[in-house]
Each structure stands twice: as structure tokens, then as C-alpha cells.
Design a protein around this ligand. Structure first.
Ligand code: ZN
Ligand code: ZN
Length: 305
């Protein structure tokens, strides 16, 4: 009877592999062919989960950044990306390849050489065991008798170079300037974590303030009286607001139309608060001033204000 295995996550695959390895390992009398098939299957099975949007992303509230093997960078985000938790393409070192300049050795082969102090430049080591003398290659200099004194400058002697690869991530809600986003490397098959510091790209008339998005609408003073509506750019696009809404000088609040907040389970949103900023000329021509006086007198006569 054929049994079809199905796995919901990497942990289930790992558990199955560990159990099977015990049965099939050649050291424990298992069949080598079956063991190699299992090894191959394991690699492929993990691969299928690698890119399946199971990337673990979290916001770090304190400024703790992990020690050791980690990658850190500052990344610019638009206010819209942060407010709506949109997808963002980041370029991250997600792969490690052997350094092509030193072929993975970490050594600059063209640098000055120093005689190997282990074999005194002979490249061989003699070991005496009983009456016999055993000769083998010096392990310290790999049998060449010298050591290059400089490390490879391309990989800083590591022998490996990280390759930057674009990766799309869904931004968590509630990110603000200076927050640090932690992307777990484990979920992407690398042994280092990524720490991304959020830098908010300045916007000409939007700014994030606490739970809300503040929008400033700049309008020349006469347009306020002449236009029926004003254009307001919301997170969902441009909307028209009756100019009269601003008549009392208070901001117009679009309740629940601001940024999504970090409380994802209830999908709460902050408000969009629209402030009207009136623009007026620094100087007036005599003609314009006279007309304005006439206008003022008319308004006062009609008791409109
Ligand atoms: Zn190198
Ligand atoms: Zn040597």
C-alpha cells in the first residue's frame, strides 16, 4: 500500500527526517542508496517551504540588535507603505558563495610569502612511530612550504562572499521612524538575522503622528471662498471635501482612515486628520488692496461673517 506523506511545516519534515535517519543510516546497517534518497528528499522538501511567505518578521521595540552573525541596514519606507503595511522589496544578502577572487581560501595568493614555521619550508612532516618514519604533507601550509601573509581583501579572509538578492516582504503594521524590523534568517535558510532600521521618506504634505496620519492641505485664501470642494489625498486616493467643512477653523477628521495599527487581530486604524493651511500673498498691489477693501465692506454690510 502506498502511503502519501504530507507535511504542514518545516518542523514536521525535520521530525520525519530525524526518525528515518535512525533507520537508514549506513553506520547503523542501513542501505546507503535509500539513505541518499532520503537525504535528497529532505533537501527538496525543505526547499518547498523556503519561499512560501513563511518569513518571520517582527518589530523590535527596544533598540536591541542581536550579536554575532547578523546583518544591519537602514531602509527608506514611504508613509503609505508603513501606514497600509504594504509589500516592500528589500535587497538582502540571502546567499553565501565561495569568494571568486581567492577561490574560497581567504588568502591573497599574490601577497608576500613567509616560510611555514611548522615544516620549516619543507612542506612535509616526518612522524616517527617505533622504528618507522611516516612522511606526510604539512597540514598547516598544505604541503607548499610557505604561507601567504595577506588575507583576501574581497572577502576579508572569510573565503565566502554574501550575495544580495531581492526579497519581497509584507510590512507589519505600526512601524514608525527608528523602529527596527527583525527578519529571521532561519526561515530563509541562512544562519544570520537581518535588522532593518526604518527611515520614513519625507512626504510633501503627510506625516505620521502617533496613531494618526496628518495631512496638510495648502490653499490660497481666495480659493477657499471660491471653491466648493478641496482635494484631499487620503491613503486610498484623492477625495473631495466640501470647503465648508473647514469653515470653523478646526481640522477635518476622517475617522478610521489613518494608518493600520499594530493590533492586527482587530485591524484597528488610526484617523486621517486634515489641516487646512491658508496661503496668502506677502504683498498686494494697490488695485488688489482696493478690491479687497470693497469686498470686506460688502461682507460686513451683508453680515455674512
Ligand atoms: Zn576571497
Ligand atoms: Zn608547512
Amino acid at each position: 500500500m502506498m502511503k502519501i506523506l504530507s507535511f504542514n511545516n518545516k518542523e514536521e519534515i525535520k521530525a520525519f527526517f530525524r526518525q528515518k535517519v535512525k533507520e537508514l543510516h549506513p553506520d547503523k546497517g542501513g542501505c546507503i542508496e535509500k539513505y541518499l534518497i532520503l537525504q535528497n528528499w529532505y533537501k527538496q522538501a525543505l526547499e518547498q517551504f523556503r519561499n512560501e511567505n513563511k518569513i518571520k518578521i517582527s518589530k523590535i521595540s527596544d533598540r536591541y540588535v542581536g550579536y554575532g552573525n547578523s546583518f544591519y541596514k537602514t531602509q527608506k519606507f514611504t508613509i503609505k507603505e508603513l501606514a497600509l503595511g504594504l509589500e516592500k522589496e528589500l535587497t538582502l544578502p540571502l546567499k553565501e558563495n565561495p569568494c571568486p577572487y581567492c577561490e574560497g581560501s581567504g588568502i591573497n595568493k599574490h601577497s608576500l610569502k613567509k616560510t611555514c614555521s611548522y615544516c620549516h619550508g619543507e612542506g612535509i612532516l616526518k612522524l616517527v612511530s617505533g622504528n618507522e618514519e611516516v612522511i606526510h604533507n604539512c597540514t598547516f601550509c598544505a604541503g607548499v612550504g610557505y604561507i601567504n601573509i595577506e588575507r583576501c581583501s574581497h572577502c576579508f579572509g572569510k573565503g565566502k562572499i554574501k550575495e544580495e538578492i531581492p526579497l519581497k516582504i509584507k510590512l507589519p503594521f505600526g512601524l514608525r521612524q527608528g523602529d527596527i524590523l527583525c527578519i529571521s534568517g532561519e526561515t530563509m535558510g541562512v544562519c544570520w538575522n537581518f535588522y532593518i532600521e526604518v527611515e520614513v521618506e519625507p512626504h510633501p504634505f503627510w506625516r505620521l503622528e502617533g496613531d494618526n496620519l496628518i495631512c496638510e492641505v495648502k490653499v490660497p485664501f481666495y480659493e477657499i471662498l471660491l471653491r466648493d470642494t478641496l482635494e484631499v489625498e487620503t491613503l486610498e486616493g484623492i477625495e473631495r471635501v466640501p470647503t465648508g467643512y473647514f469653515a470653523d477653523g478646526e481640522p477635518v477628521v476622517f475617522t478610521g482612515r489613518g494608518p493600520f495599527l499594530s493590533d492586527e487581530s482587530r485591524l484597528r486604524r488610526g484617523d486621517l486628520i486634515v489641516n487646512l493651511k491658508t496661503l496668502f500673498p506677502k504683498t498686494l498691489s494697490l488695485e488688489a488692496e482696493t478690491l479687497l477693501y470693497n469686498f470686506k465692506n460688502l461682507i460686513e454690510r451683508e453680515r455674512l461673517c
